[in-house]
Design a protein around this ligand. Structure first.
Ligand code: HEC
Length: 208
C-alpha cells in the first residue's frame, strides 16, 4: 500500500512540474528539457546570451560564468559577429570578390581572364576536380559521354564544334551559374577551384 501511495505522490509531483514548465511569460521562456541541447556554449553569430550568470546552476565552465553565457564582451552590444566596416566589400574565403554577374550576362563574363597562374600543380588539381564534378556528365575526356549524362541528355561535347573556342570566362560562368540543361555549381565549388577546372578543360581536354 505504501509503495502505491509513493508512486502516486511522485507521479503527481512530476505532473505538476510538467504543467508548471509549460508556462512561459514575459522574459521567462519556460523550462527546457536538457537545456545544453538548445543553448550553444560556442559563440554563435545569431544567439547571444548576455547574462553572465545564465545557466550558472549547471555550469562547469572554468571561467566561472554561467553555462549559457556566450556573448563577446569586446564587441558593441555584446555581439558575437561584428558588422562589416562601412563602404567595404567582403571577400570570399579564397580571397576573391563576390561574383556578381547574373546567369544571362554571359557575354560580359566571357571577358574575364583566369586569375590563377597555370602550373603543373594547378593542372593536377584541376583534373581531380574535373573528375569529381564534371566527368559524371561530360565524361573523363570531355566528350559528353558520362554515365549520368546519358540520363540528363544533351550534354555538350567539350572537344567538339564551337565549344573548343569557348573563352575561359565563358566556361567559368557556365560552371558558376549553369546554362540550359546544365545546373549551376557556384554554391558547391569555390571560385578558385572553378578557375582550376577551367585551366584543366582548356589545357588538357581542349588542348589549347
Ligand atoms: C548534371 C550533368 C552535368 C554536369 C555535372 C556538368 N555539366 Fe556541363 N553541361 C551539361 C549539359 C546538359 C550541357 C548542355 C547545356 C545546354 O546547352 O543545354 C552542358 C554544357 C556545358 C558547357 C558548354 C556551355 C555552352 O556555352 O554551351 C561547358 C563549357 C560545360 N558544360 C562545362 C562543365 C564543367 C567544366 C563541369 C564541371 C564543373 C560541368 N560542365 C558539369 C551537363 C553537365
Amino acid at each position: 500500500m505504501k509503495i502505491k501511495y509513493s508512486i502516486y505522490v511522485i507521479a503527481l509531483a512530476g505532473l505538476s512540474f510538467g504543467l508548471a514548465s509549460c508556462g512561459a511569460s514575459g522574459d521567462h521562456p519556460g523550462y527546457e528539457y536538457a537545456p545544453q541541447m538548445y543553448n550553444s556554449v560556442a559563440y554563435e553569430p545569431l544567439s547571444q546570451i548576455q547574462n553572465e550568470q545564465e545557466g550558472s546552476w549547471l555550469s562547469s565552465r572554468e571561467d566561472g560564468k554561467g553555462e549559457f553565457f556566450n556573448s563577446n564582451i569586446n564587441n558593441p552590444h555584446g555581439m558575437n559577429m561584428r558588422e562589416p566596416v562601412e563602404g567595404t566589400v567582403p571577400r570570399t574565403k579564397d580571397g576573391s570578390l563576390p561574383y556578381r554577374l547574373k546567369a544571362f550576362e554571359l557575354e560580359e563574363a566571357a571577358k574575364n581572364q583566369n586569375p590563377i597562374e597555370l602550373t603543373d600543380q594547378v593542372l593536377a588539381e584541376g583534373k581531380v576536380l574535373y573528375t569529381q564534378y564534371c566527368s559524371t556528365c561530360h565524361g573523363q575526356n570531355g566528350e559528353g559521354d558520362g554515365k549520368a549524362g546519358e540520363r540528363v541528355g544533351g550534354v555538350a561535347n567539350l572537344k567538339g564544334g564551337a565549344y573548343i573556342d569557348l573563352p575561359e570566362g565563358h566556361i567559368f560562368h557556365v560552371i558558376m551559374k549553369g546554362k540550359g540543361r546544365m545546373g549551376a555549381h557556384g554554391s558547391q565549388i569555390s571560385q578558385e577551384r572553378i578557375w582550376k577546372i577551367v585551366h584543366y578543360v582548356k589545357q588538357e581536354i581542349q588542348k589549347q
